[in-house]
Design a protein around this ligand. Sequence first.
Ligand SMILES: [Zn+2]
Ligand SMILES: [Zn+2]
Length: 290
Amino acid sequence: MLWGFKSPLAHYSYCVSRSTQIKTQYSIRTTQYEIMAQITFLGTAASIPSKARDNTSFVFTNKKESFLVDCPGSTPYKLLNVNIDFRKIKNIIITHHHPDHIYGITSLIHAQAFRSNEPITILSSTPSIKIIKKLTELFHLNRNQFPRIKFIDVYKTPVFFKNQDTQIQAIPNKHTVQSFGIKFSFGKKALLYSSDTCFSLEMLEKASPFDYLIHDCTASSSYFKKYPAIKSMHTHSRQLARYLHKHSDLKLIPVHFLTVEKNEEKRIRKELSICKKQVVWVKDGQRIQL
Ligand SMILES: [Zn+2]
Ligand SMILES: [Zn+2]
């Protein structure tokens, strides 16, 4: 039983890129309907995608507000395939400026040409904002037909977004200069997204308490042994299993899988199997209710 629902299928719907199946989905029209907190995964892979998984990004929605978190390639297309109108995406959080988290942003802005006068708000850190500004200049996206971009530095205030339903904070992680995880608080619940990070108790304690954890799970411990250079940047599945073991109320959604080696996803799943009741495996295009 997952998250209070009678079966795993009852609590999330799986959207795949087939229009016939999409017809069975409800549509996210953030301006018309209120939607309870949910996450729609657009991608779940690390920097190198696989056939089944593209670079990690997702949409967090609560009531009338939606936030796109990170923006790799083909984001408008992926949003269409999960029945989210990409022209209505107006809040974008960029956790850091590695290409797999940022490179699609110019294409998303470009795809929003002539849509309305409403600006896009990009919430990020100073180094990433600098890069986004350069990219938009390079592609001439400051012309009139494209939405105006408003930048918000997430580190300027302890809470970078707040309305009556949702509060969002940047939690520094251990990955690159000013990179950050994101804590979403909604109702009596909270979710932490670690973004890319090596395992950091400091970050997890700073963000506590939270009910759901979407965490970097780049590879298995054996992969990390083979390629120790990634230790300072990412987390392996055994580290997450140990953490879950001590936090039995927590639900983990592992993401950012690097599965270039054969059977790597199997090794990751095996290491997390000791806490299998706490782990929710998601596919690209999948939507979960929180
Ligand atoms: Zn990444
Ligand atoms: Zn990264």
